[in-house]
Write a protein that binds this ligand. Structure first.
Ligand code: LHQ
Length: 264
């Protein structure tokens, strides 16, 4: 492993903790960091000992989006194909986070700008330190909201707020983001990581199959009608009802003791 990995990973108590680690660049994405993050999320798919993921950033920022130094227009040459960058790097990672049937908790420890903000918003439970801010910085450099932002923002906060955030690129502070329902909650900076870790651990000790299907169902709701959703609930509940964790959950309830879920 590299001495200075762009994504620091650690797996404890079923939680795969991932820390974006280019603090001098406010954890902006270069190719290495894209590939490292994707590899870790793929690991979360494959490794049964991973039952939740916690994503955060090192230093004073969560992530400033794409590394803008990578393609300095002053150097001349052909104009870049940013669609290719999205297709090759961002979109696969976004799809992986959404499709992973394990909860992904995000601790936004500082500024989250551009694609950095939208990667945070793709996670399942987002906490932010009170001093953190979200910036849809794209319009400042002539781009459009990517990394799923043009899809998630209007769905979460509605068109009026989504358009103002994206067109004006004004920072949205953590408290306001929580008030608008863009994130789960804003907490004091000094307790952010502890709170997020505690949530990730609680989820990792939960009934993973049911939690994963809960994520799938809630995500499906915005694109299907009630009949389809009811059918999907029936199919998922059938699977959940056959898990060891359901048997354990009911037994623990009847025996008036805490359940010991195994994620199976
Ligand atoms: C950075 C960056 C950065 C490099 C701070 N890159 N160095 C997809 C497809 C392909 C290409 C294009 O993009 C995309 C998606 C996107 O993400 S587009 C949006 C890209 N991100 C931005 O436009 C945000 C740019 N950064 C900022 O506006 C500010 O840095 C924020 C508001 C995030 C933080 O401001 P400050 O707290 O005042 O910090 P700073 O600006 O002084 O930055 C600290 C250092 O980090 C500085 O380096 P230096 O060597 O001078 O200390 C910055 O150059 C570097 N940095 N963001 N994205």
């Amino acid at each position: 492993m590299s001495e200075n990995p762009t994504v620091v990973s650690d797996c404890n108590d079923g939680v795969l903790s991932l820390t974006l680690n280019r603090p001098d660049k406010l954890n902006a994405f270069n190719e290495e960091m894209h590939l490292a993050l994707r590899a870790q999320i793929e690991r979360a798919y494959d490794d049964v000992s991973v039952r939740s993921v916690l994503l955060t950033g090192s230093g004073r920022a969560f992530c400033a989006g794409q590394d803008l130094g990578d393609r300095d227009p002053r150097k001349g040459g052909e104009r870049p194909d940013l669609g290719h960058t999205l297709e090759t790097y961002y979109n696969p990672t976004l799809r992986l986070i959404r499709a992973l049937e394990k909860p992904v908790v995000c601790a936004v420890n500082g500024v989250a700008a551009g694609a950095g903000a939208n990667i945070a918003l793709a996670c399942d439970i987002v906490l932010a330190g009170r001093s953190a801010k979200f910036i849809q910085a794209f319009s400042k450099i002539g781009l459009i909201p990517d990394a799923g932002g043009s899809w998630s923002l209007p769905r979460i906060i509605g068109e009026p707020r989504a358009k103002a955030l994206a067109l004006l690129a004004e920072p949205l502070m953590a408290d306001q983001a929580a008030d608008w329902g863009l994130i789960w909650k804003s907490v004091e900076d000094d307790v952010l990581v502890a709170e997020a870790t505690e949530i990730a651990k609680r989820l990792a000790a939960g009934p993973t199959v049911g939690l994963g299907m809960t994520k799938r169902l809630i995500q499906a709701a915005s694109t299907q009608d009630l009949d389809s959703q009811l059918d999907m609930e029936r199919d998922c509940q059938r699977i959940a009802g056959r898990t060891d964790d359901y048997a354990e959950g009911v037994t623990a309830f009847l025996e008036k003791r805490p359940a010991q879920f195994k994620g199976k």
